[in-house]
Design a protein around this ligand. Sequence first.
Ligand code: ATP
Ligand code: HSE
Length: 317
Amino acid sequence: MSVFTTLEFAEVDAWLKGYTIGHLTRLEGIASGIENTNYFVTTSHGEYVLTVFEKLTANELPWYLELMAHLAGRGIPCPNPVGRLDDGYLGELKGKPASLVTRLRGRSITQPTTTACAEVGELLADMHQAGKSYTKPMANPRGAAWFAGTAERVRPMLSADNAALLVEELGFAQAAFKLTDLPGGVVHVDLFRDNVLFEGERLSGVIDFYFACQDRWLYDLAITVNDWCVTEAGELDPARAQALVAAYHKVRPLTAAERAAWVAMLRAGALRFWLSRLYDLHFPRPGELTHAKDPTHFERIVRHHRAQPELLQGLLP
Ligand SMILES: Nc1ncnc2c1ncn2[C@@H]1O[C@H](COP(=O)(O)OP(=O)(O)OP(=O)(O)O)[C@@H](O)[C@H]1O
Ligand SMILES: N[C@@H](CCO)C(=O)O
């Protein structure tokens, strides 16, 4: 469950006086999600999501909230933060930073079709385009230094075979991160199935921007393909991957340098989540509910990617 901070109806109703969105008619805790406390809020004016931030601080949050406002203003179907009477997006509840954003329609899907994957590819390219004019810097907190530090922490927990695989893949990813000719800008870098909403086969929303940063666009595309177009066995489904990448390419054509780096980015993107899942499994935060996701899924993806570079390269239009 993900209501870490319990809120009362009267307290939220009073808090809403800092906004001009009417009075509270319904308050409902949201069960999914593992990072923050989320409530669906219905008022006399509309439907919203209230988030109480459990880790990010009031200094860090404006970058993400202003990014969402920027993207929403350009037609990206992402949560749009509601401005407060005092002009910011950020309030406080129970001594923690809190915000209200618009509630999006739709539900996440677990079995994506090629049509759904094409929708995701187009959306990702649109986000990259819309983010070009959002130039406030934000380095990727899961960049090269994080890869190295996390690998060092988790390596002793692995079998000899997996430890050797990790060291090799780390070296490979670090070399790929040194490539300087890849274009970039705002990236989501966590555009997994649970962060996209659909109404039927039409994409209706993209959520959870709290890993977003400035990084290479190709890396974001690789991370997205690694989730949307991979089977439970960790194998790429070429039909889904081709649909996603082709739809992306139609909006923002890939450059020659990106084509050359594609396989490396897929491998680095898979390693990123193998590492974070290993870390969360072996070093759970104190007091945290156990939600660790299965690292072996990404270990399998890493192994498959290593074994079939031609297939990966052949996914490009
Ligand atoms: N703006 C929104 N509109 C509609 N539903 C939303 C919105 N924001 C969040 N949700 C719902 O709330 C759930 C939890 O939100 P989210 O995934 O952002 O949680 P989290 O704890 O912040 O992050 P994480 O996914 O990293 O655990 C989502 O799966 C989605 O169903
Ligand atoms: N999408 C991540 C978890 C949240 O960032 C994963 O599947 O490991």
